[in-house]
Every structure is written in structure tokens, then in C-alpha cells.
Design a protein around this ligand. Structure first.
Ligand code: BES
Ligand code: MN
Ligand code: ZN
Length: 491
């Protein structure tokens, strides 16, 4: 969906649909003017409780020529005191859902006028852009029945500083395109998005944005001693890779972003049950978040140095596959007894984290991974698990989560949680007990970061929506991109 800026007064502006907001307990002058123009229709809807402004509601009306806009879309924003950036974004998402239902492809928005929040226009644009996403590349039938948005015109007040607002909307567009990149990568199936595909996507991204990109292939990974990453990739027809992207936008040591890139997780020899296994094409959502963030950060010209690191492999069972009982010597030298080949994410990450630390001496490292089913049990689909070795870093990510609505929730990493990860025959084993599984996985990663400031986000429950949400359809969420960009911007 394109995003345009308009300066017309909402009541004098011809458009297929005009979007306005209203609170349950407060109505702004624009609402009253619309009500007057429509002969009291809005008041009637409120009286009969057909539209009261409840958060989550939206009501599309035809104006029958009483306004220059053909339709008016009322968006409920709830109680005035409860308004927040997240609620406004959700309202914007609800608006595009209603417009999609009515197949209105172009429309104008005055929604941000209702909420007196900082950056309201940017927030609304973000909700609308993210909400307009759909992934239909593999649908070949009835193309003519399919619907795509054309453009939204954001109506700015004459008082609003046009240049600053233009830049804010441009930011929203860039960020939403980073999220879209991540969503697309996760949505494509595992026979398309392979380690080769991710490497190519990273090269093209680097090319587009003037980033450095280096892809380490199998031979080099073996020579370097990245045996944990190599081990995981053994059973697959496509070899594993390590992708490294660099963006230089500032001074000082970089922030390293590390993303799990398992393009399909069958479980390997410790194979998963068949039911639902198709969901494991999403096991590269961490890598998608890193790529989306790198691209957006470069386009936003964020004044930071970044390294994006993606270890990528397919976890498959065959005669060459690594197997339970195997012992791998990781890049750091720490030996790992494999007790479950389905605990593969931590293996590719432990080598990537050690590599990041040695190679780039980062000021901080953040990894994102669809790492454990246990994290989904703990937090459901409402928050990503957050662990780390540095309280300030953890707090900063928590704030970024609250700000963006990509919520994260802390889990402890006490030493006691590591007891189950100790092996009789090697330094560590890769899987312990099911109890506290998200944490023991985090504890395992912690063994490879040394004294580098580090945080880990377990996005197993947040990378994929089983149901549509206000500004994200069913399917890939692109989680992590907005969170990381907000975190980097606030640094
Ligand atoms: N990719 C899975 C975790 C996952 C589960 C992601 C559900 C998204 C949704 C991961 O590789 C895995 O299989 N983890 C195991 C670890 C166990 C064997 C210690 C798990 O969570 O069961
Ligand atoms: Mn697994
Ligand atoms: Zn996995």
C-alpha cells in the first residue's frame, strides 16, 4: 500500500472513505462535524449502542452525498484515558480490516487527529501499513477476486509541520517494509527458503543498501571449527551457511544481531511428530528479523554500527545426520553431547555467538530465535521470552517491547538452571529436562557469550499468528524488527 500526504480538510475532501477515530467517553470536533453533516446519524448509532467507540470496533457508513467522502469509517479507540500508541496502532489495523472487507482500496485517514499522542500520524500509518499485508504468492486461482490496497492519504492539519510529518511517514514506510521482508521470508515454504535462499536474500539486501555481506560456505565453516553449526546441517541435502552483514552508520563497537536460521526443523533423528510439523518452516524467523532490521536500519541511516549474523541450516534426518550420543566440539572449544537432535537451535547459535564475540568485539549482542516450545508454554503468544546477562540491556529491550507492542517478558538465568545441561561425557549436553526448557536453553547460550553484554529473545510463540490480530493477519508476524529498531533508535 502506498502512503500519500494530503492537506485538505477532512470535511471538504473527496475520497472513497474517510477514517476518523472516536473514544467511548469523548468525541472530538471532527466527529461532531461529521455527525452534523450526516444529520445526526452518529449520535443515533451511539444512542442505539450500534457504535459506541469501544476499542476494537469499527463501523463503515455510506454518506450518500452528505459529505464529499463517499464513506465514513468510524474507529473505536476505547476510553480516552486508556489510549496508547499500541491502541492507536490497533485501531489503524482495525480500520484497514474493515476497508478490506468492503474492498475499498484507496482511502484517507484523519484517525491520528483523535489521539493527542506524540507521533500519532506515524503510529497510525504503521498500523495501516502492517495491517494491509497479505501473502498470496502461491494462490493461483481466482486472482480477480483477490484484493490489494492501493493507497492511503494521511490528512495533515495545516498547523502540522509538513516536513517533519513527511519524514515521520517515510520512517513508518521503511520500518513496515522491513517487517514485510521478515514476514515474507517466514511465509515462504521451506522448499523455497533454504540456506541458499537466505544467503542470496542477504546478498541482494546488502547490494540494495550498500552493506558488506559475507557468506561462509561449508568448507570454510569446517576449517574454522564451527562444528556445532556444521553438525546440525549434516542430514540435509543443502549445506549450512553463516551469513554476516555489516552496516556502518556510526562510531564505536557494533551491536551484533544474531538470528536463528533453521529453514526447516524436522527434529532430525529425534524426529518430531508429523502433526503440525509444517509449522517448522517458520524456524528461521529469528534470521528474518535480523535481515529485516538490517535493511530498515540502513535505509533509516541509523547512527550505529551493526553486524547481522545468521547461522542457517536445515535440520533433517538421513544417513549422514548427526545423532543422539554424538559429541561435537563447538567453535569455542566447549564439547557438547547431543542428547536430542531437535535441540538444534542452540547449537547453531552457540557457534554464531562465539564467532560474533571473537570477530567483532561487539558492545552488545542480541539473539532472536524460535528456540523452545517451552517458551510458548510459559508465555503463550503474547510475549517473547527475554533473558540476558546484563540488566541494562534487558531493561532497554523491555522498554522497546512496551513501546512497539512487540512485548517481551523476562525469565531468570540462575546458575541452578544449568544443572540439567551438564553431561557425563562432555562439557555440556544440548538438551536437559522439559521443565524450565526455555531457561535451560538460554542458560546454554549464556555459556558461549563470555563477558560480552548479551540478551536472548525466544520468539517461538510470537513469530507466527494462529489468528488474525489488529495489524497482523494470520501467519508470519515479522516480530523483532520493530522491537530491534526501537531498541537501536533509543540507544
Ligand atoms: N524450533 C523448535 C522450537 C519451536 C517450537 C519453535 C514451537 C516454534 C514453535 C526447537 O528447535 C525445538 O525443537 N526445541 C525443542 C527443544 C527440546 C528438544 C529440548 C522443544 O522445544 O521441544
Ligand atoms: Mn528443533
Ligand atoms: Zn528449531
Amino acid at each position: 500500500m502506498r502512503i500519500d500526504i494530503g492537506s485538505a480538510k477532512p470535511l471538504e475532501h473527496a475520497t472513497p472513505a474517510l477514517v476518523i477515530g472516536c473514544f467511548e467517553d469523548d468525541r472530538d470536533p471532527l466527529y461532531h462535524d461529521c455527525d452534523t453533516a450526516l444529520g445526526g446519524l452518529l449520535g443515533r448509532l451511539a444512542e442505539s449502542r450500534e457504535f459506541t467507540g469501544k476499542h476494537g470496533s469499527a463501523r463503515l457508513l455510506h454518506t450518500l452525498g452528505r459529505l464529499p467522502a463517499e464513506r465514513l469509517l468510524l474507529v473505536g479507540l476505547g476510553k480516552k484515558k486508556d489510549i496508547s500508541a499500541e491502541r492507536l496502532r490497533q485501531g489503524a489495523g482495525n480500520a484497514v480490516s474493515a476497508l478490506r472487507g468492503a474492498r475499498v482500496a484507496s482511502f484517507s485517514s484523519a484517525l491520528h487527529h483523535a489521539a493527542s499522542l506524540p507521533h500519532a500520524a506515524e503510529t497510525v500509518a504503521m498500523g495501516m501499513l502492517l495491517g494491509s499485508y497479505s501473502f498470496e504468492q502461491y494462490k493461483t486461482k481466482e486472482k480477480e477476486l483477490r484484493f490489494t490496497f492501493d493507497a492511503v492519504t494521511v490528512l495533515l492539519d495545516s498547523g502540522e509541520e509538513a516536513e517533519a510529518e513527511r519524514q515521520a511517514l517515510e520512517r513508518a514506510r521503511i520500518v513496515s517494509e522491513g517487517v514485510t521482508l521478515a514476514r515474507d521470508l517466514v511465509s515462504h515454504p521451506g522448499n523455497v527458503v533454504t540456506p541458499v535462499y537466505l544467503a542470496q536474500a542477504a546478498r541482494e539486501l546488502a547490494e540494495r543498501n550498500g552493506l558488506e555481506c559475507r557468506v561462509y560456505e561449508l568448507e570454510e565453516l569446517e576449517r574454522m571449527g564451527m562444528n556445532a553449526l556444521v553438525g546440525v546441517g549434516k542430514g540435509a541435502a543443502v549445506a549450512p551457511r553463516l551469513i554476516v552483514l555489516r552496516y556502518q552508520g556510526g562510531k564505536g563497537r557494533p551491536v551484533a544481531l544474531v538470528g536463528k536460521g533453521i529453514t526447516f526443523d524436522s527434529g532430525g533423528i529425534s524426529i518430531k511428530p508429523g502433526a503440525g510439523m509444517e509449522a517448522m518452516k517458520t524456524d528461521m524467523a529469528g534470521s528474518a528479523a535480523v535481515l529485516g532490521t538490517m535493511e530498515a536500519a540502513a535505509r533509516l541511516k541509523l547512527p550505529v554500527n551493526l553486524v547481522g549474523i545468521v547461522p542457517t541450516a536445515e535440520n533433517m534426518p538421513d544417513g549422514n545426520a548427526f545423532k543422539p550420543g554424538d559429541i561435537l566440539t563447538s567453535l569455542s572449544g566447549t564439547t557438547i553431547e547431543i542428547t536430542n537432535t531437535d535441540a538444534e537451535g542452540r547449537l547453531i547459535l552457540c557457534d554464531a555467538l562465539h564467532f560474533a564475540r571473537e570477530q567483532f568485539k561487539p558492545a552488545a549482542m542480541v539473539d532472536l530465535a524460535t528456540l523452545t516450545g517451552a517458551c510458548v508454554v510459559a508465555l503463550g503468544h503474547e510475549a517473547s521470552g527475554l533473558m540476558g546477562n546484563d540488566q541494562r540491556l534487558v531493561d532497554a529491550l523491555k522498554r522497546a517491547g512496551d513501546e512497539t507492542g512487540e512485548r517481551v517478558w523476562p525469565l531468570p538465568l540462575w546458575e541452578e538452571y544449568g544443572e540439567v545441561m551438564k553431561s557425563d561425557v562432555a562439557d555440556l549436553k544440548n538438551a536437559g529436562s522439559r521443565d524450565g526448557g526455555a531457561i535451560s536453553a538460554g542458560w546454554f547460550l549464556k555459556q558461549f557469550v563470555g563477558d560480552t553484554r548479551w540478551a536472548h529473545l525466544d520468539i517461538a510463540g510470537t513469530a507466527w499468528n494462529d489468528k488474525a490480530r489488529p495489524y497482523g493477519p494470520k501467519g508470519a508476524t515479522g516480530v523483532g524488527v520493530r522491537l530491534l529498531l526501537e531498541f537501536l533508535q533509543a540507544r
